[in-house]
Design a protein. Sequence first.
Length: 374
Amino acid sequence: MDLTASGRGITTSVASPATSLRPWLPASILFAATMTWAVGATWDIQWHSDVGPDTFFTLPHLFIYASAAMAGFTSLAVILTTTAAGRAGRSVDATLGGPGIGVFGRTFTAPLGYLVTSLGAASFLLYGLWDLWWHSLYGFDAIIDSPPHIGLFLSSTVTSVGTVIVFAAAREQRWGQLGALVCLGNLLVSSTITALAVQRLSGGTIRWTVVVTAFMALILLVTGASFRKGGATITALAAAAMQGLFWWFAPWAARAYADFVGLPMREHIRGIPATPALIPLCLIPVGIVVDLLLRRTGRTIRLLPVLAGALSGAIVALCAPWQNILIYGGSLPVTATIIGTTVFGAIFGAIAGFLGQGFGDMLRLAAPTIGARA
């Protein structure tokens, strides 16, 4: 019996033909949208680092807002399609974005994943209008972590989370299972940008950007491990591949675009890729550690995700000073800073392990059971 989305929620129907919408097609467009966001955001941050302030109408901003448009229109099309199919009594593939959610008194029926992506795209539009007002009020944007920018980063994160759910709903198929893990890796790369929101708090003993980066990365790695055996390693590999791509792309794109519009680069720039440098270089070893610790399940070891998160958070925090020396040069921070950051990295890593385990379980529930689809 097929699970069918209708105006009254999820019902069962086998009499009418299923809708012809293929789940992989809108999912692929959503993935392209999240990658478009990653390209635009990485490019824009590198521009602020190597060139300087910018206006609202720039090519990197075009990529950023195009990503929201792609996600928004795709989500709207799927929601309207599933709503119309349900009202006409036609069945809808249950792998199309997850279970149906009634919206506005069940006027619409939105698959869970596409409901989340649509909310992210809508909030992105609101923050985009705020960003336009911000630019019109102050002219150039001198800093990357302005209030509207933080809102844009968070909105894009919501869209990326919805994209993960969309692929996870098709986890019984190879493209859905691997796509969810690759999207988790993409989300990991993009989520490190959010850590810039706390960079002004890192002047004391604790390096909060490192702690927040470890927290965000470990939530996603543990989610991947909980979603599929070996998922943390695959997620880390996907994130590392994107990090390597953007490591080359970001400085090149900033310089090429500056030359195109006739603006000079900052003096004495070193061409260090700003966003990729935020991503821990130890992701793959950490992913392997998480998978090894979580390869077994059972009630007696339910605390393993917490322990895996704590250990991995400490590893990320301990590696961060050496990564900074490798990339930026300089010397190690004082011992108190290393110890304090490591302790808080372990604490927040433990919390991330707990949350990641829950999110992984939720992703598995987003997929229909074999019995429900028979």
